[in-house]
Design a protein around this ligand. Structure first.
Ligand code: NAD
Ligand code: UGA
Length: 459
């Protein structure tokens, strides 16, 4: 029975390996990382990421067949199947800056595997990567010198489709698992090894096998399509605000068409998260590299509209609040990029808070999980920002509430109490269409929801 190593103990490596350990109790699964604080957290009850249900899964396997360690060399030596789940952020320097994937962590890992390997390995790309990265990896692993002599490496692509906040459920019951391999006898054998692992709990018909390039490209494409739906519905929300149509009604009507489907049609402040923007820009860069300028421009438009949606949200606040928020207190409800996660990477709330700070507003940010990231994410405008764990205190004396994250707990607040504590006229800008707008209007609020006509007492 081949044992498993995962290099990279982040949002993907940790939960994915915990699920494999849970479902394959006879395999030893080790997760390693260069970040010793992260590994210490994985070995404690304060896991480094917040994900519903994750602690229970980790506790069921940790110390039994799931181990977290910083000893990368030993991990490579002792294990046969090596998942690589390191971060692949957008490049911030040199050629392709702001667009291409930064593959430095990825390449460092490939070289480390080669340096330490003393027996044959299956190397699995779990990170999201540009098409044809597996070729580069195979070349590094096969190059002469610096270890790896006589060792055979087979590179597979096995992208991850989990979403944060629902990672455990997505891993337990995935729509599909994708495994790409070389179409050679060695490639087929390696694919069969990986398929055997997932078959422990995923129905065989949901495990797809393809060539490596299709697998790599399918991951970028899936994220691009999902993000494109969000930008599409947000573009319609702008038209709804101009015409008096209601975007939730439009989404419902089109979502009942089985060819369109109901998911990913929620208009809001735009998509955030570590991957949508990065992966679309990666796709744009790939298209440009192959000279496909129209295809590149098409996908770039999805990101451009997302930026516009965030600016539009702030412009609407300004317009409604008599064209100035200088000196006014704004309660920003939510800082995470979506509910049920503490992750704030590319969160729309960051851009919104910065724009409000530029307008000299005082922004009181409340969020059940993401407040620890505020100081880091809003460096440079902290004079205008306060973190406030209690939403009632955040709203106390405020002129408006701006909802940036769809945390369900915000829905259950006592808005009569909140209204009483706010300066009048009091406004709500619901950037997630989360709250009961009619009820808020009846309480006295002026309510601006995305893709809807305002409910206001000021006309
Ligand atoms: P992350 O930043 O949370 O974790 C990456 C980890 O890799 C970090 O802990 C870092 O210390 C470690 N690392 C970097 N270089 C290393 C090295 N040389 N040796 C050992 N460890 C190293 O990132 P993530 O969110 O888990 O994403 C990882 C990959 O998975 C990315 O390519 C991302 O696009 C993809 N992905 C992410 C999600 C998600 O929901 N976050 C979902 C699907 C796919
Ligand atoms: C997304 C994909 O859904 C995963 O399949 C993929 O594995 C992952 O990216 C990745 O590669 O990292 P994630 O970013 O965790 O997952 O979360 P989503 O649920 O996709 O939400 C992304 C953003 O879009 C959030 O800001 C969310 O609020 C927003 N969104 C989503 C909307 O504004 N409207 C919607 O209808 C759906």
């Amino acid at each position: 029975m081949k044992n498993i190593l995962c290099i990279g103990a982040g949002y993907v490596g940790g939960p994915t390996m915990a699920m494999i350990a849970l479902k394959c109790p006879d395999r030893k699964v080790t997760v390693v990382d260069i970040n010793s604080e992260r590994i210490a957290a994985w070995n404690s009850d304060q896991l480094p990421i917040y994900e519903p249900g994750l602690l229970e899964v980790v506790k069921a396997c940790r110390g039994r067949n799931l181990f977290f360690s910083t000893d990368i060399e030993r991990g490579i030596e002792e294990n046969d199947i090596i998942f690589v789940s390191v971060n692949t952020p957008t490049k911030t320097f040199g050629r392709g800056a702001g667009c291409a994937a930064d593959l430095q962590y990825w390449e460092q890992t490939a070289r480390k595997i080669k340096h330490c390997a003393k027996s044959d390995k299956i190397v699995v790309e779990k990170s999201t990567l540009p098409v044809r990265t597996a070729t580069a990896m195979a070349r590094i692993l096969a190059a002469e010198g610096d270890g790896g002599a006589g060792v055979k490496f087979e590179v597979l692509s096995n992208p991850e489709f989990l979403a944060e906040g629902t990672a455990i459920e997505d891993l337990r019951n995935p729509d599909r698992v994708l495994v790409g391999g070389n179409q050679t006898p060695e490639g087929d054998a390696a694919v069969a090894e990986l398929v055997a692992i997932y078959s422990s709990w995923v129905p065989r018909e949901r495990i797809l096998t393809t060539n490596v390039w299709s697998s790599e490209l399918s991951k970028l494409t899936a994220n691009a399509f999902l993000a494109q739906r969000v930008s599409s519905v947000n573009a319609i929300s702008e038209l709804c605000e101009a015409t008096g149509a209601d975007v939730q009604e439009v989404s419902r009507a089109i979502g009942m068409d089985s060819r369109i489907g109901p998911k990913f049609l929620k208009a809001g402040v735009g998509f955030g998260g570590s991957c949508f923007k990065k992966d679309i820009l990666n796709l744009v860069y790939l298209c440009e590299t192959y000279g496909l300028t129209q295809a590149a421009a098409y996908w770039r438009g999805v990101v451009a509209y997302n930026d516009h949606q965030q600016e539009r949200f702030v412009s609407r606040i300004l317009r409604a609040m008599f064209n100035t928020v200088a000196g006014k207190k704004i309660a920003l409800f939510g800082f995470a990029f979506k509910s049920d996660t503490g992750d704030t990477r590319e969160s729309p709330a960051i851009a919104i808070a910065r724009m409000l700070a530029e307008e000299h507003a005082k922004v009181a940010i409340t969020d059940p999980k993401a407040l620890p990231s505020v100081r880091r994410d809003l460096a440079g405008c902290l004079d205008s920002i306060v973190e406030e764990p209690d939403p009632y205190k955040a709203a106390d004396g405020a002129d408006c509430i701006a909802v940036a994250t769809d945390w369900k707990c915000f829905r259950d607040l006592d808005f009569a109490r909140i209204y009483a504590s706010m300066r009048k006229p009091a406004f709500v800008f619901d950037g997630r269409n989360l709250l009961d707008h009619e009820a808020l209007f009846k309480l006295g609020f002026n309510v601006y929801a995305v893709g809807k006509s305002p409910l206001t007492h000021l006309d």
